[in-house]
Design a protein around this ligand. Structure first.
Ligand code: HEC
Ligand code: HEC
Length: 451
């Protein structure tokens, strides 16, 4: 992969992390047409390696396979992924590639909404090792955006074709539920998390450190699912389909020579299935609390200047139509209750599609359409809450190009336009185009006063 390809996949380059000579070349080449003649560094895979080693490709971490702690040489040609790949952007001070990544100074917190996670996973030598996060078929049922599911015999090329197709795995999303369903959801902001509880769009986590722990112990290391605790977790969640998933995944790991897992360093602690320890593991508690403090402290981006008269009209309409659920003032904590799927989506018609191992949880239900796909297996019933959605922070909306957790809407205007249909998710509309424009102006202007 070259730095140019990295940017085209939506990765961000941290200009300050590059050593001075490389930095100067990148700054100069960014102003050219990016052809191999004009921009040799941007087209050079060795420059990419140098950048990864310098920690200048945001979220890609050099892995020293000799485990002697040196990260200055990339001996194993392995990279790990950090939270920042999805939850950090740059200030775009050097370059902003339209629809892709950027070059500049790191800005932690804003969601990477042009990151092509599917394409990046397809770039990996063994994409089949992401099996639990791909769309599969269980007992004849396949849920996701592709017409049919993958299976244990799917080839690397077939898995790459699925991951690399934005119609199945949209840009700006990540499939973070390890349930064998194809249900990527849009990347979320990580600034001002003190205001954002509960966490996860289905409100699965009451506590911030719990979602971070789950991210480390399952999302960033899916191999925990074939440990005894991981198997128990899958069985509780999805009964026979969970067992099938674990067996097929173990078989793929064997076939593709993946050994030495699980990789995440975590203590064996807590009850399996508990949001604090979904797969019976917890990473360093001190680091989790440090992470909480950091995520709580990250400032929300300042909003652009908006038309005051329009925004004032929009605010009035918001107060009559939207405050049943949302706060007007975004510096207050979002209301903590979940909004039931039926309330949010009049077209919700769930049918049971599978049995759980744990009878205390909700049924495994599916309705046509993508809006409930994230919640088919994993919802807030873990913590005895209803199946529904958490309220999002209405911040950084001017930059946002994807709306609703399933990334099904691409602009604020269309979110609020009744032409989406009265049975569609979040059907809270303003029929009059001028009133809609006022509301959009109000929403674009929302921000939190600095502390
Ligand atoms: C490959 C992309 C990706 C990576 C890597 C990633 N996340 Fe996320 N994160 C997401 C997505 C997508 C969501 C939205 C999930 C949802 O809709 O429930 C999310 C949601 C969250 C939330 C909930 C935000 C809220 O207000 O509900 C937190 C907190 C979070 N991530 C923390 C982390 C931490 C900590 C790490 C590193 C250990 C991490 N994430 C790694 C993509 C990622
Ligand atoms: C019945 C409760 C409810 C009402 C009424 C409601 N919303 Fe929402 N809104 C939600 C929930 C819940 C979500 C998150 C949906 C999801 O997870 O996909 C949301 C999402 C949004 C988003 C998308 C945020 C993002 O980053 O994707 C915007 C913008 C928004 N609402 C604006 C409005 C406006 C404007 C109104 C009034 C016209 C309104 N909402 C009325 C509950 C509501």
């Amino acid at each position: 992969m070259t730095p140019k390809q990295a940017l085209e996949s939506g990765l961000q380059l941290d200009i300050e992390a590059m050593e001075p000579a490389l930095r100067q070349r990148i700054e100069a080449e960014a102003k050219t047409d990016w052809s191999p003649v004009q921009a040799p560094t941007l087209n050079d895979p060795n420059a990419m390696v140098a950048m990864v080693n310098a920690n200048a490709v945001v979220g890609l971490v050099a892995k020293d396979s000799n485990r002697d702690g040196r990260t200055d040489i990339l001996r194993g040609d392995k990279v790990g992924v950090a939270c920042t790949i999805c939850h950090t952007i740059t200030d775009k001070s050097v370059f902003d590639l339209k629809g892709g990544g950027s070059i500049g100074r790191r800005l932690d917190g804003p969601a990477a909404l042009t990151l092509n996670v599917g394409k990046l996973l397809a770039t990996a030598a063994n994409s089949r090792a992401f099996y639990p996060n791909l769309q599969q078929t269980f007992m004849g049922v396949s849920i996701g955006r592709a017409p049919s599911g993958l299976g244990p015999k799917s080839t690397e090329a077939e898995v790459d074709a699925y991951l690399g197709n934005p119609a199945y795995y949209p840009i700006g999303t990540f499939d973070e539920t390890q349930d064998g369903n194809g249900n990527p959801v849009k990347n979320t902001p990580l600034f001002r998390q003190d205001l954002a509880a509960p966490y996860g769009s289905a409100g699965e986590f009451r506590l911030l450190d719990d979602i971070s722990n789950a991210s480390y112990t399952t999302n960033l290391d899916p191999t925990t699912l074939v440990t005894p605790e991981g198997r128990r977790f899958l069985e509780m969640k999805a009964g026979p389909a969970g067992r099938q998933l674990a067996n097929e995944y173990a078989q793929i790991l064997r076939e593709t020579g993946v050994t030495g897992f699980p990789y995440v360093q975590a203590a064996m602690t807590g009850k399996v299935g508990d949001p604090a320890s979904p797969v019976g593991r917890r990473v360093d508690p001190k680091k989790l609390l440090d992470m909480n403090a950091y995520l709580d402290s990250l400032p929300a981006p300042a909003a652009p200047k908006v038309d005051e008269r329009m925004a004032a009209n929009g605010r009035e309409a918001f107060r009559t139509q939207c405050t049943q659920c949302h706060n007007v003032d975004q510096s207050r904590i979002v209301p903590p209750g979940l909004v039931a799927l039926k309330t949010l989506w009049p077209g919700y018609r769930p049918v049971p599609v599978g049995k759980r191992g744990d009878s205390k949880l909700s049924y495994i239900l599916n309705s046509r359409g993508t809006f409930d796909d994230k919640m088919i297996v994993v919802d807030a019933s873990d913590r005895e809450e209803k199946r529904g959605n958490a309220l999002p922070l209405l911040l950084d909306l001017d930059r946002t190009n994807l709306f609703l957790h399933d990334a099904s809407v691409s602009s604020l205007d269309s979110l609020l336009d009744p032409r989406r249909g009265e049975k569609s998710p979040h059907p809270f509309y303003l029929a009059d185009a001028a009133r809609r424009a006022d509301m959009v102006e109000f929403l674009r202007g929302l921000q939190v006063a600095p502390r």
